[in-house]
Design a protein around this ligand. Sequence first.
Ligand code: B12
Length: 450
Amino acid sequence: MKLTLIKPNIGRREHSLYVDEGRMEPLQLGILAALTPPDVEVVMYDDRMEKIPYDEPTDLVAITVETFTARRAYEISAEYGKRGVKVIMGGMHVMLIPDEVAEHCDSIIVGDAEPVWAEMIGDCRKGALQKRYLAVQPECPQTGVITRRDIFENKGYLPITLMQFSRGCSHQCSFCASSVYFKARHYCRPVADVVAEIRAQKRKLIFFVDDNITCNHQKAKELFRALIPLRIRWVSQGSLDMLNDPELMRLLVQSGCLGMVIGFESISPECIDEIEKNTNRSGAKQMYSSEIKQLRKWGLQTWAAFTLGHDGDTPESIRATCDFAIRNKFTFAAFNILMPYPNTPLYAKMEEEGRMLYDKKWWLHKNYRFNYSSFVPKSMSADELTELAFECRRRFNSLWSVFKRVWEPRTNLRTPYRFFTYLVYNPLFRKEVFKKQGMQFGLQSGENTL
Ligand code: B12
């Protein structure tokens, strides 16, 4: 039997193809490969930079789907369908809206693949693939499974190893798709498995793609203690409440943490209340001054993430958010328009208030473009919000801002390595800002909604 794994791209630019130059290893496909019995041949194609050879013989195609790659995933599935090849889909979007996905393929796995993958492969061998497999969320994700990384070789990925210690987050921010997937729970892998996985690969730079690696302080401390002897460098995502626990922070730094993606979301306390981001309530009341001081003290290079277009946002507050990010010399920042992902509380609210645009299914609509507002904001038009968010990305990533932000002795200039990281990744992200803006979803302009 032969299995073909596929990571879809978002789509294309209006006038040319889009190649993701900052692409990272598709971790989920490495896990699916590892779960697959050794007698099954496995190949992987990454649509972000290579052509999919639709005519290459295969017995099953497995596609990972996020909401922003759904339209492209359905196109790929249709191509295989024309050739009579069976397609299975799984991933975040499948959990959020399984009935829609099921219309575009032969089978779906709802939830983590681990509990049902072996059964599915067995069914496929017998020619008896079921329409739907429902996975019960395992208390310990990925137990005993070491990601197969040989499938990533020679694909030009950034030289950083992706891995997970935990999945999910116990907070319940109204816009977060992951809280829906994990029902606001946080699941940790056994620390020994993570250590074994780090040892099984060669790199010393790890990106823990956890939703919130510091969600459970005790478990995080256990992990960090075990990382210290490995002498790695790592980055991940965490929430501001980690700063309230000095022992956690000491271990985090000692274990090699270079920096974190932190969801600041908004500088306005009203907006933080609106999205129910409890970890940010006290910080937002004083413009995060004590949190930023601490992040510097611990020497972390922060990737600050903001969401724009809250009901309490105005054009002035959005511009002030960008000023705040530049003034505080964050190493990187993301200015994302608030996105109503299907089945999230944010989506339900926008739908109820009649504010959804693009026939309520922006991810399938032929006129929707990457980084456009998909709803009508309260204090501005959708187009104005789209333009303001683009303006923030342009300003934060401008050459002048890159020059200004580097002068932070405790973070960006702390060591030659930190300075190097700053210099290499800022131009890369700057390029992506322009390449991705306004990208069409999928490659074909086709139907209004698929
Ligand atoms: C790492 C990460 C990134 C990395 C990309 C890494 C990469 N490899 O390319 C970076 C930082 C670049 C990134 C960017 C973005 N991301 Co991101 N990202 C993540 C994060 C934190 C982890 C993803 C991951 O690797 N998980 C580990 C794997 C093992 O888990 P998994 O994918 O869930 O896979 C399991 C199951 O779902 C299932 N499964 C998965 N695929 C398949 C396929 C089949 C066939 C089967 C059977 C099963 C199956 O089995 C797997 C094993 O258990 C997720 C959060 C999350 N919890 O998923 C957000 C997340 C996926 N990102 C999100 C978003 C919005 C984005 C951006 C659009 C942000 C932006 N505005 O720019 C961009 C777009 C990226 C792009 N394509 O250009 C959203 C997506 C929401 C949605 N509804 O789709 C998420 C869920 C964050 C969130 N909390 O909302 N991201």
